[in-house]
Ligand binder design. Structure first.
Ligand code: G3P
Length: 231
């Protein structure tokens, strides 16, 4: 499963990049606005920080303008993926951008049949919003499961399911168990994926036990052994 980070905050992206588990980035107009709105500069800087797909969203009502914006956004960097809302005009734009070889991420997906429409238009990624479905009392993860089944029925469809609107680590786990190709994860959620109390207590136990070992210097010990034995 690919982990994308769902943020336009450059400091969060730098910190997450160090973890070595980030495969791409998604942004949207809200996330860009939250960081001050330097859209092009932010997308260009993100592309320099993460060597993977970077979603940059068009903002327009008509397909012609979406395509015009998308073609320009795609020229910022080879890794730019043009994010397009799953409206009728957005699907028209997706088909045109896809025909031009421009990667697309069709967003604001809230039901499986929309995912079939986006795949037929040639979407590279489809972004179902799990958390927002949960927020209105429905089962967002069931939507992911249905999409996985739907796409499995038609192997010719190449669109990847990008679970979005992720609210907590369980969403990441459930999306992975369901077979989503990608989860785009906010920094605060990704930061929680590493921890378990038993990991911390077990590591503290190992560290304490090592205090009782006569020669605790692993680097020195191994270096000395290698000097004598390395082939
Ligand atoms: O990329 C889509 C994602 O950012 C939406 O998340 O939390 O606004 O539902 P949220």
């Amino acid at each position: 499963m690919k982990f994308f980070i769902d943020t336009a905050n450059l400091d969060e992206i730098r910190r997450a990049a160090r973890w070595g588990i980030v495969d791409g980035v998604t942004t949207n107009p809200s996330l860009i606005a939250k960081e001050g709105g330097d859209f092009v500069g932010t997308i260009a800087e993100i592309c320099s920080l993460i060597d993977g797909p970077v979603s940059a969203e068009v903002v327009a009502e008509d397909a012609e303008t979406m395509v015009k914006q998308g073609k320009l956004l795609a020229r910022i960097h080879d890794n730019v993926v043009v994010k397009v809302p799953l409206t009728k005009e957005g699907i028209v734009a997706t088909a045109q951008l896809s025909a031009l070889g421009i990667k697309t991420n069709v967003t604001l997906c809230f039901q499986p049949i929309q995912a079939l429409v986006a795949a037929k238009a040639g979407a590279t990624y489809i972004s179902p919003f799990v958390g927002r479905i949960d927020d209105v009392g429905r089962d967002g993860m069931m939507m992911i499961e249905d999409m996985v089944q739907l796409y499995a029925n038609y192997p010719e469809l190449e669109t990847e399911i990008l679970a979005a609107s992720i609210r907590h680590p369980q969403h990441v786990l459930q999306a992975a168990l369901a077979g989503a190709h990608v989860a785009t994860i906010p920094f605060n959620v990704m930061n929680k994926l590493f921890a378990h109390p038993l990991t911390d207590s077990g590591n503290a136990q190992f560290t304490a036990a090592w205090e009782g070992v006569p020669n605790k210097d692993i680097v020195g010990q191994v270096s000395a052994w290698l000097d004598k034995n390395e082939r």
